[in-house]
Design a binder for this molecule. Structure first.
Ligand code: ADP
Ligand code: ASP
Ligand code: MG
Length: 299
């Protein structure tokens, strides 16, 4: 199950996500969760690096806002008696990020490798925080750092996944875990451990890789629309939901800009013939879209 940025944007949305996860857990076997950064945070992190590289002190405000947004979620969703260590843990992450930003400020340069590290903090923080929120409700849940199990080359910003190595690592790490597992989408690392990212919107790809590596029965992409529509519903009026679509057509739509699913997320599912469901976190009972090897019912 993958939850996108809007699905984890703030405390009340995260509560919706947890309801969906727990309901699903009650019905199914093992669940693996991939989360994006909180809505807007990846853009903010890029802005942060850009402002620092121009020595624009406004970077300090962006940095403070990023930290406050994450702290606020922890404070709202985890009892103050239990949240101290978690706030301390994320404070360590902020300090790490601050060091990198200070370096960008002093060199006035953003190497692509540094930008990947900066962007990775969105998913590093969201996945850790949500795992702690679930744990705080007495549900067994484990946090996994995706960078240890998804391996790529060093094409920073749009790294190519070493499928064979990653599937082996994913399966070794996750196969025997029966509690809920949470990991960040989008982030990975080279074989030397340098942080990389999979391209904007790449959390869908992470979910698909994990699903395929584990021979999952389904890959669910939970987002903020009812499924794949005939066009972007935010731009075009009178669109309608496509309930069934083939891998091929879905991939074609994704490559042509339907950002509801990342184009790279289709292939891993095709090779293992795993159905992909697109579902709406804010309307969970709606049927959604099924992407599979069947022919579309709606032409
Ligand atoms: P997430 O953060 O959950 O990954 P995205 O913003 O990446 O969500 O993708 C969902 C968005 O994709 C929708 O809000 C919608 O505006 C856009 N979109 C573009 N084309 C389509 C389409 N054909 N069908 C549905 N949504 C689409
Ligand atoms: N957070 C990343 C982005 O905004 C990845 C994702 O959301 O899928 O591009
Ligand atoms: Mg997306």
């Amino acid at each position: 199950m993958k939850f996108g940025g809007t699905s984890v944007a703030h405390a009340s949305n995260i509560n919706k996500v947890i309801d969906i996860v727990l309901e699903s857990q009650a019905k199914k076997d093992d669940i693996f969760i991939v989360v994006s950064a909180l809505s807007g945070i990846t853009d903010d992190l890029i802005k942060l690096a850009n402002f620092a590289s121009k020595r624009d002190l406004a970077y300090k405000i962006i940095f403070k806002n990023i930290c406050e947004k994450h702290d606020q979620i922890v404070e709202e969703l985890i009892d103050s008696k239990k949240n101290k260590n978690i706030l301390k843990e994320i404070d360590k992450k902020y300090k790490e990020l601050e060091e990198i930003i200070k370096n960008i400020f002093s060199t006035q340069e953003i190497p692509l490798s540094s930008l990947d590290v900066v962007m990775s903090f969105g998913e590093q923080l969201s996945s850790y925080i949500i795992s702690e929120i679930i744990k705080s409700r007495g549900v067994l849940c484990e946090f996994v750092d995706s960078r240890n199990i998804i391996k790529t080359d060093d094409n920073f910003g749009n790294a190519n996944v070493d499928i064979e190595t990653s599937y082996k690592l994913i399966s070794e790490c996750l196969k025997n875990k029966h509690n809920i597992v949470i990991m960040g989408g989008f982030i990975a690392s080279t074989k030397n451990g340098t942080t990389t990212t999979l391209g904007r919107g790449g959390s869908d790809y992470t979910a698909s890789l994990v699903g395929a590596a584990l021979d999952a029965s389904a890959i669910e992409i939970w987002t903020d629309v009812d499924g794949i529509m005939t066009a972007d519903p935010r731009k075009i009026k009178n669109t309608f939901l496509i309930r069934d679509i083939s891998y091929e057509k879905a991939e074609e739509m994704a490559y042509n800009g339907a950002k509801v699913i990342h184009p790279k997320a289709i292939k891993p599912a095709v090779f293992k013939n795993i159905p992909i469901y697109i579902k709406n976190t804010f309307n969970p009972t709606s049927t959604g879209t099924l992407i599979s090897n069947k022919n579309e019912k709606i032409k």
